[in-house]
Structures are given as C-alpha cells and as structure tokens.
Write a protein that binds this ligand. Sequence first.
Ligand SMILES: O=C(O)CCC(=O)C(=O)O
Length: 268
Amino acid sequence: MNLMAARFDRDGYFSPVRVFSNTEISNYRNLLYRTLMQKFGDPSVSNKYIWQLHLLMPWIAELVQEPLILDAVEQIIGPNILVWNSGFIIKQPGDKQYTSWHQDRTFWGLRPERAVTAWIAFTKSTRENGCLLMMPGTHCDGQIEHVNRYAEGNMLSRGQEIDLNISSSKVVGIDLQPGEMSLHDISVIHSSEPNTSDDIRIGCNITYIAPEIRQTLGPDTAYLVRGRDDHRNFYLAPTPRDPESRETQELYSKVALERSNILERAYC
Ligand SMILES: O=C(O)CCC(=O)C(=O)O
C-alpha cells in the first residue's frame, strides 16, 4: 500500500493532490461559467443540474477522466473505475450556506460503502471561504444516525445532521489551491461552513465507485472511465456529444429523475 492509500485508509480522506495546472483549471473555470453558471443561479431550473453533469456536458465527461485523478482513485478502489456522480458546490462571497456534519453513505444507497469522492478546487478553498472539514478516522464508525433539521442555509436536501458533539480540536480543514483535489471516503463525517470571504468558492465533486458496488435503492446509472465492468450493476451511460441534442437531454432527465428517487428512498 502506498502512502496515499495508507493515509486514506487511516483517516478516511487524503489531501492535497495536484491534478490540474493553473492554466488547465482556469480553462475549466471558464467552461463552467460559459455553460452552467447561469443555470445554477436560476431557481426555476437549478435543481435539474445537481447530479451526473458528466452525462450532460462533454467537457465534464473529459474532466472526470483526467488521468491524474484516476491514478489517485485507483490507489483506493482498484483498477476498474466508474463515475457515480459529478456536480458543483458553489459558495458566493459572503454566502451563508453550509453543509452540516454528515456521512454521504447515508443518502446514496451504495453497498458496500467503498467509494471515494474527489473534491476538485476550481478556486482557492480555505477555512475563510468555507472549505471541506473532516473528522479523521470516522469512516470506521459505521452508520451514524442523522436527524432531519431543515435548518436555513443547510445545503443538504433535508438539512440532515449528525446529532453528535463534535470536538473542534479533532476537525481538519482541507485547504486547497485551484487545481488541487482532496479525496474522501463516503463514510467519513464531514461538513463545510459559510463563506465569510469576498471571493467565490467553487468545488467540483466527483464520486468514483468500483464495479462490484451495488445500488440498493432502485435503478441507477454510472459511467465507465477506467478498466472494465464485469458486474453490470449499473446501466452504463455513453459519453455526451452535444448537451442540446434530444438524445442527451432525454438520457440526462431520466438519470436525474432516477437519482432523485434514490435520495427519496434513502434512510432518514
Ligand atoms: O463542498 C462542500 O461545501 C460540501 C461538499 C460535500 O459534502 C461533499 O463533497 O461530500
């Protein structure tokens, strides 16, 4: 086991890993602004653009296949890799939105729970602008009860929260420069706070799974990016060619609906 895999195994996360140069991440940031920022900011459509954006936008399909990301992910889940999700979490300057302490596994129906999320910094990510916060080692604690609190500003759909006295001395902030990523296990307890800075914070999160993982809450889709899938537990989606084409739009609507049904059925 290499150093990264050993640390991930011990702590439930690993950071930082440089995966894009400054020029590359700035190009991706431009693409984000050009294709999606307006949609994210429009409340009448923004909830359509939460899940699996790599099945809509060709440039995100390319991003999720970046070899440096996959090399790191391979150390953790092995040589056969599917993308289960990709999306963006954006906090505007002074944004009060946050995510409460949670374990991703609670909502996603994936078993066994071995899956990893790559969180790629499209901007600087710091304590001040609301970076990810980790509770090291908590991926070994099993499923912890979450309570639906629906608190204002909580970015989780039902404001799900772990009812636990979290000691701040154990919390680790994941500081990242643009183009760096962190990796976290879907069982580790994590959160993020509001953006108290004058700068936007943009994170792209991509969840990777091994093909032997099953979806327990209904039909689901994934995207093969490395190796092979001998299990076929997920419908394997094609690479999108044109986000405006009927074919891509129909597939995207279908998989987004299936995903929201999965979240509806999830524990909590
Ligand atoms: O980006 C954030 O503020 C929270 C992200 C998160 O909870 C996740 O990627 O699992």
